[in-house]
Ligand binder design. Structure first.
Ligand code: PAF
Length: 290
């Protein structure tokens, strides 16, 4: 049996483009998954989806300093490239693009991509500048890879809408596809930040999806929206969350606040447990909330 080729890792845009150009000459369809590393089963599900949608799958790992606020976890964000590369190879990823910071932001870099509307509230309000950082790096990664399709997790729902908007507005031809959130058996959404939770915090964290599901069920059952959202907030505080940034019912496309289930809706929440901030979201007016 022939030994499998190791998955190549490239660190420059020039090398990335050279590989992609070769694939294109061969007529291959290229799919992209962007990450900040510390990969878990949720990321690997995105790569598996990329493999279904393309002949070639590229993953990127870049811990993007532009999307971290001054008091956020840039320095302690987990970095484990060798383990991540092995996991990517294990699900059949064809190429890893892992650029150093000065490849992404060389001296003199002076451009920022800023998306209005969907970024202005929720995490945009709680984390000023965060979505400008995300939009800037994702616009660059989409331009660098020039993939046919890119897969983003619905776990970061506001981010997904931001990326859809920027790709449309900047005429980036890559198709943007959302992929359902991957959850632990008890319902907690997979996140690289779950690694920060102590055993006790992890046990309590499951109240986030539970409180959201209860609120969604109550709203679908006819309970007034504000009182269902308030009950969810109180349940989280009662379970040991130290703060609830928001629990909100929003239009699934625009993120405008809604008070009635008269269109596709999303319930979104962000809450802190210990020093860790968790976010989650579920669809509300479907038979099954995921
Ligand atoms: O979702 C993430 O991991 C990041 O925000 C992204 C899209 C890779 C941009 O840095």
């Amino acid at each position: 049996m022939e030994a499998a080729m190791p998955m190549p890792i490239v660190r420059t845009v020039r090398d990335l483009r050279a590989v992609v150009a070769g694939w294109r000459r061969a007529g291959d369809r290229v799919a992209l998954v962007t990450t900040m590393g510390a990969l878990h089963a949720g990321h690997l599900a995105l790569v598996e989806e990329a493999r279904r949608r393309g002949d070639r799958a590229i993953a990127t790992i870049f811990v993007n300093p532009l999307q971290f606020g001054a008091h956020e976890d840039l320095d302690r964000y987990p970095r484990q490239e060798a383990a991540d590369a092995a996991a990517l190879a294990g699900v059949g990823c064809d190429l890893l693009f892992a650029p150093p910071a000065d490849e992404m932001y060389p001296a003199g870099f002076a451009t920022q991509v800023s998306v209005a509307g969907v970024t202005e509230d929720l995490d945009g309000a709680a984390r000023p500048g965060h979505f400008d950082g995300v939009a800037t790096v994702v616009a660059k990664l989409l331009n660098q890879a020039q993939a046919d399709v890119a897969i983003f997790g619905e776990k970061d729902y506001q981010q997904l809408l931001t990326i859809r908007r920027l790709a449309r507005d900047l005429d980036i031809p890559t198709e943007i596809v959302g992929h359902p959130t991957v959850r632990e058996a008890d319902g907690l959404a997979l996140s690289s930040r779950n690694a920060y939770l102590s055993a006790d915090e992890r046990a309590r964290a499951v109240e986030l999806p539970r409180a959201m599901r209860a609120a969604a069920d109550a709203i679908r059952g006819g309970q007034e929206v504000d009182s269902a959202l308030l009950a969810a907030t109180q349940r989280l505080l009662g379970a040991g969350f130290s703060a609830v940034d928001y629990v909100e019912l929003r239009d699934a496309d625009t993120l405008a606040p809604i008070r009635r289930l008269d269109r596709p809706a999303r319930l979104l929440a962000a809450a802190r447990i210990g020093s860790t901030r968790l976010i989650d979201n579920i669809a509300v007016n479907q038979t099954l909330c995921r």
